[in-house]
Design a protein around this ligand. Structure first.
Ligand code: AKG
Ligand code: FE2
Length: 236
């Protein structure tokens, strides 16, 4: 499997990081080829690749299901997790700094995982989500322990308008003492959205303040929708 665009040689990173910093999310267009999208979506049926399967309705999370990959991750998922991490680590450190949180993030994902594993967060978090007509995902945050890498990525594997309708990726921002604001993220097949896991700093008149983000998916109106989630911290 090959990535359409190699994140390590991505020449738009500066602009993307700026946009993530300014609005809490941005899109990496055509990160994964259509062929690899199909292959990844097809892995959902291979039960032995996953450590656990969650039926969302059982937990009040929404409707639909998702499964967490087991280690070793499929090579493309492993490659994406490793190669997307370094360009994001600098912004992640800067966010922690501005939010008054401790800790700089190491340069490589391997070194960051060592930190998670030492703290008992050893279970892999990359996941495949699968929705059918009528399914949706309630607004949530993917926090799995004390160690949280502040950015995560999701790659749409299905073709909107063809494989499914509805099912928009939604992000909300909860600003202190203000009403929440929603963004709909327009994704095509193979596009990745990079977004804040928990909160992000926004510059106010008296220094940076903290905005809390949640993400979810509106109701899928028809067809089937698959998406790959890449979370950089492991789970307790
Ligand atoms: O299905 C979606 O678009 C939401 C994916 C998601 O919640 C995640 O990747 O953490
Ligand atoms: Fe999520």
């Amino acid at each position: 499997m090959e990535m359409t665009t190699d994140p390590e040689t991505w020449d738009h990173w500066a602009g993307l990081l700026e946009e993530i910093d300014a609005q809490g999310w941005s899109i990496l267009p055509t990160l994964v080829s259509p062929e690899d999208c199909r292959t990844l979506a097809g892995l959902y049926a291979e039960r032995e690749r996953f450590r656990s399967r969650i039926v969302m309705a059982r937990h009040g999370f929404g409707q639909g299901e998702y499964s967490y990959f087991d280690y070793p991750l499929p090579p493309l998922v492993q490659d994406l997790r490793e190669s997307l991490y370094p360009p994001l680590a600098g912004l992640a450190s800067s966010w922690n700094d501005r939010l008054g949180l401790a800790g700089n993030f190491p340069d490589t994902h391997g070194r960051y995982l060592d930190r998670c594993h030492t703290a008992g967060q050893t279970r892999p978090t990359p996941l495949l989500l699968h929705y059918e007509a009528g399914d949706y995902n309630c607004l949530h945050q993917d926090l799995y322990g004390e160690h949280v890498f502040p950015l995560q990525v999701a790659v749409l594997l299905s073709v909107p308008g063809e494989d499914f309708t509805g099912g928009e990726f939604v992000i909300t921002e909860q600003r202190p003492r203000m009403q929440s604001r929603a963004s709909v993220v327009p994704l095509g097949q193979g596009d990745a959205v990079v977004f804040a896991v928990n909160h992000r700093p926004v510059q106010g008149k008296r220094g940076p303040y903290r905005v809390k983000l949640r993400h979810g998916v509106s109701k899928v109106r028809s067809g089937q929708r698959s998406i790959l989630g890449i979370i950089f911290h492991d789970a307790l």
